[in-house]
Structures are given as structure tokens and as C-alpha cells.
Design a protein around this ligand. Structure first.
Ligand SMILES: [Fe+2]
Ligand SMILES: [Fe+2]
Length: 166
């Protein structure tokens, strides 16, 4: 089943290209190249189209209940196994920026794991989650239902670093 493996590899690659190009667009804007920034954002959007097409063909999008189960498994793996191993290696190697990046992500994946669990419980009760704003920290990714806190409980930055998700 080479094509199924290839779809998975292409999905991973296109997903990475999307995030990389968005970071490159931000840099191009900072360096005063707005049209090159636009080109990076356009290519990033196209890579998202490709990634989603590959994912659909792989049957990677199911019912929301099943999608939540998949998301819970992914977040659980990340904060229970993957990031703890990465944190330990970064500590051993004395890579402080790597350590901080992994620790932020590990803390927030655990939060996502809990939020997705709440969402799945709501669906199993035939409900959506209660309507509320959701804020994300643009330093560590901390995800908070309701108003942004004065200080991020994961990374310590002020509330002005949070943005609201629509
Ligand atoms: Fe997450
Ligand atoms: Fe944070």
C-alpha cells in the first residue's frame, strides 16, 4: 500500500511547509518585503489545500466524536511519552532553548488533552461545549476558555500576549 504511506508522508510534508511558509511570511514582512510575504502566505494556503486533500483521501477526517478520540490519543502521546523523552534529552544535552520549547508544548498538550476530553463528554451527552471565548498565548500556546489571565500560568507572560480565537 505504497500510496497510503505516501499520502501520510505528503500530509506531514505539506503540513510542515504550511507552518514554515507562515513563519517565513512574518519574517519577510518584518524585513520590508510585503509582496514576498504575500507569496509565502499564498503558498502556505495552497499547501493547506494539498494537506487537507491528502488527509481526506487517507480517510483521516471522521465524525467529530471520532476526531476528538484521535485528537485525545495524539495529545496524550505527546505529553505522556514524546515530550517527556524530548525534555530528558534536551536536559542531558544542555539545550536550554529546546528544553523551554518542549516544556511549553508538553504543558499545553496536557491542557488540550483535558479540553478534548470535556468536548467528547459533551458530545456523548448530545451537546456542544458551553459557549465561551477561547484565548491562546502567543508565546507558549497555552489555551484558556474564557478571558485571558493577567499572567500566563504556563510561561508567565502578560495578558497582552494572548489572542482570541474566532
Ligand atoms: Fe495540543
Ligand atoms: Fe504562555
Amino acid at each position: 500500500m505504497a500510496t497510503m504511506d505516501n499520502l501520510a508522508a505528503a500530509f506531514a510534508g505539506e503540513s510542515q511547509a504550511n507552518r514554515k511558509y507562515l513563519a517565513f511570511a512574518k519574517k519577510a514582512d518584518e524585513e520590508g518585503y510585503p509582496q514576498i510575504a504575500k507569496l509565502f502566505r499564498a503558498a502556505a494556503a495552497a499547501e493547506t489545500v494539498h494537506a487537507h486533500a491528502h488527509l481526506r483521501v487517507m480517510n483521516g477526517v471522521k465524525s467529530t466524536a471520532d476526531n476528538l478520540r484521535a485528537a485525545i490519543a495524539g495529545e496524550g502521546h505527546e505529553f505522556q511519552k514524546m515530550y517527556p523523552e524530548f525534555v530528558a534529552e534536551a536536559e542531558k544535552e544542555g539545550n536550554k532553548p529546546g528544553l523551554a520549547s518542549f516544556k511549553n508544548a508538553m504543558a499545553v498538550e496536557e491542557i488540550h488533552y483535558g479540553m478534548y476530553g470535556d468536548a467528547l463528554a459533551a458530545i456523548e451527552d448530545s451537546k456542544d461545549l458551553t459557549s465561551a471565548s477561547i484565548h491562546v498565548c502567543n508565546v507558549c500556546g497555552n489555551t484558556i476558555v474564557g478571558n485571558a489571565p493577567d499572567r500566563c500560568p504556563v510561561c508567565g507572560v502578560g495578558k497582552e500576549r494572548f489572542f482570541e480565537v474566532q
